[in-house]
Design a protein around this ligand. Structure first.
Ligand code: BT5
Length: 254
């Protein structure tokens, strides 16, 4: 994988340095250490398998062989930080579309779904001091060539690309497509071109009645729109509007 990426990647900075593991606890932890040691922007940490992959809020992310487990180090200006989740999730959607011909959608804020099943999760970590972002790490976990039915923890809620297309997908080539797309969107956002609209159009959540869990608090309403900063605007039955910056969304059937 490492050699293939070095040969085939045509990006300017994303993936110029590749740190590859056959197995690692979590690419997020390695990337954080490297970032703290001053690794250049665009350094990627990639693993064939994670033994302690993590999601948000200490949740577990299952990434056996056949998954894509990847973290990318960025050093964005503070104003770009909220866009990192949009850039990464949109890049995941676009690369799956282009490479597999599937039609994934984003469930706010960080799930990529095919139909109602999760195929990919995004995690953003950052270290900020005052107005300065020391580093940000975008973590992407994607079910590429695996059978979710073999993993009871996720069998009901997950799908994989190989399951959706009915054959194996080239993990190295998909990784190239994803990294290329991430860099293009990142550069676009850096130059002030908004990717907000494109991201919004890939959200499956908008217009639906949803239940949002924020910490221990549950809110319900219609997912009306999303702000430039990625927040979700929830319209309640009484007409009031709440802005939500993070949480877990369940789409209500009715
Ligand atoms: C996420 O969290 O979806 C973010 C996942 C980020 C994983 C990447 S892999 C590379 C990098 N290194 C890491 O250690 N992490 C990042 P969250 O929204 O909290 O979703 C977690 C939930 O998704 C779990 O509680 C399960 O219900 C479900 N889940 C776990 N593994 C899954 C899988 N392989 N496919 C689909 N769903 C999964």
């Amino acid at each position: 994988m490492e050699d293939f990426l070095k040969r085939a990647l045509r990006t300017k900075f994303v993936g110029k340095r590749v740190v590859h593991y056959c197995a690692v606890t979590s690419t997020m932890e390695v990337a954080r250490r490297l970032a703290q040691q001053g690794a250049p922007e665009g350094t990627i940490v990639i693993a064939d398998e994670q033994t302690m992959g993590r999601g948000r809020l200490g949740r577990t992310w299952l990434s056996p062989k056949g998954s894509l487990a990847l973290s990318i180090i960025f050093c964005p200006p503070l104003k770009l930080l909220p866009q990192l989740i949009m850039i990464t999730s949109l890049a995941a959607v676009n690369s799956i579309r282009q490479f597999c011909g599937l039609k994934p959608m984003i469930k706010w804020p960080n799930d990529i779904l095919i139909g109602e099943k999760k195929v990919c999760g995004i995690l953003i970590d950052s270290e900020v001091e005052g107005d300065l972002v020391n580093f940000a790490i975008a973590g992407i976990g994607m079910n590429v060539n695996l059978a979710p039915a073999s993993f009871p923890e996720i069998s009901n809620l997950a799908t994989s690309l190989s399951q959706e297309v009915g054959k194996e997908v080239s993990l190295p080539e998909l990784t190239i497509a994803l990294l290329t797309e991430i860099e293009q969107l990142y550069i676009k956002a850096q130059t002030g071109v908004s990717i907000h609209e494109e991201w919004r159009d890939s959200l499956e959540t908008l217009g639906k009645w949803v239940r949002v869990k924020v910490g221990g608090v549950i809110d319900e309403g219609k997912a009306e729109s999303v702000g430039e900063d990625g927040s979700l605007l929830l319209r309640h039955r009484d007409g009031s509007l709440t802005r939500i910056t993070s949480g877990d969304v369940t789409v209500l059937k009715d």
